[in-house]
Design a protein around this ligand. Structure first.
Ligand SMILES: [Zn+2]
Length: 112
């Protein structure tokens, strides 16, 4: 699931009755002290979710436009004046619901 506005989590694809629904906490947490060990079991799991994960370019692309507004604002502010060494690479996959390329961190969805 991902954010479609500040109060709404929506499914990214059709789901079956009784299917477990998951959300990547990185899309809603900006606390640098936040740390969560994930045990979802997905082969794409990055196993650790932090309050700084919103800075990961692959996650920004994977969840493009589906972050809580304060995180979207932080990304926009960062994009306007990025440190040269950490500028996120542009992506042609914005808005895609597919997995990010290259085995990048992915949503915590064990029901792929
Ligand atoms: Zn996980």
């Amino acid at each position: 699931m991902w954010w479609t506005d500040a109060q709404t989590l929506s499914a990214r694809r059709d789901v079956a009755a009784g299917e477990e629904l998951t959300c990547d906490y990185s899309t809603c947490v900006a606390d640098p002290e936040f740390l969560l060990r994930c045990h979802c079991g997905s082969y794409r799991c990055r196993q650790m979710v932090t309050g700084d994960d919103w800075r990961i370019p692959q996650l920004q692309a994977a969840y493009a436009g589906h972050w809580l507004p304060p995180l979207r604002d932080a990304m926009s502010a960062r994009a306007k004046s990025p440190p040269a060494a950490t500028r996120p690479a542009p992506t042609a996959r914005g808005g895609s619901q597919d997995a990010p390329p290259g085995g990048a961190p992915e949503r915590h969805d064990p029901a792929d």
